[in-house]
Design a protein around this ligand. Sequence first.
Ligand SMILES: [Zn+2]
Length: 336
Amino acid sequence: MCVAQWQSSFPPQPNGGRAWTEAGKALIYADEAQRIARFAHECPDIETGGDLFGYWTHSGAPMVSYAIGPGRSSRHHPTSFYQDADWLHDQGVRLYDRHGLQHVGQWHSHHRLGVNLPSAGDIRTVVRGMAARNWSRFLLMIATLPPHSDSPVMQNYYLVRPDGRHRPVRIQVLNGGSPFRTRPDEPREEPILRPAEGVHWRPGPMTPPARNRVATFPGAWFATEPGKARFRRIATDLEREGMACRIHLSGDGRGLRLSLPDAELLLGADFPASPPQLLSGARADGIAWTPSTNLVDWYLSWQAGAPEPARRHGQTDGERPSAAAPSPTPGAANDL
Ligand SMILES: [Zn+2]
């Protein structure tokens, strides 16, 4: 279950020396993922594979814009697959010259071996290839076939680091076809013989679940004009005090959670009519609140008067959340 060779030899990624980032997802066009599924489906008892071209997002996620299958001179065995080196090279040069797309990953099938993880050999192969080009990240996808031919092909995507550490990432599928694919099939690629109907895929069992996006409740206080003005004031005051703060939407989308150096505040659905709530059990008894009270002044009063244990969390200066400038637009403050 390995791709025993690394054969690409086209232009290196300019960001090859960039540090590893913690992106947790891979993006791919729906039609490209479907194409991979069809190739995998063609080989129920031997390995097959191909390569992934695209680019990297700012957060370090691979965007797969174009997936190729095995070239005609590929070699397929029950537990190994060797891509056609000339085919891979030519496709790499073509995609770079025409579209600026680069080699961001490989895929291969473990057909019905029942193994959704990359093998040690798979990782060694990828690490060798990355080292040769000084690449800092690479995408490896392992496809598996279910026991029954009409069940979906499973796709497991992994980000691999130069030291061989790797982890599964969730899949963000972009609807439709890649704008870079001008014809559905490549004559030099091994032909897909079976019709597309009946071939489906789904994220494999190693894939982390998609994150639930929390939506801002339309009537939330910070979505109103007075609420936005209020939030801008809070952001300005935090900046004035040099206070590190992270801001998140509350789970119901009706409030904001502010992670401040000594406390976590919830500005709930009925803020500012109701006072901010101190989370994690801290109390603010006796600190007066009216709807016109300045939030940061209120917080400073609490901070000055609170006994040490109530200032909770055990955070020291060294453990404080990293400084994040509060966003002036609450709707964009959703750190998800
Ligand atoms: Zn393998």
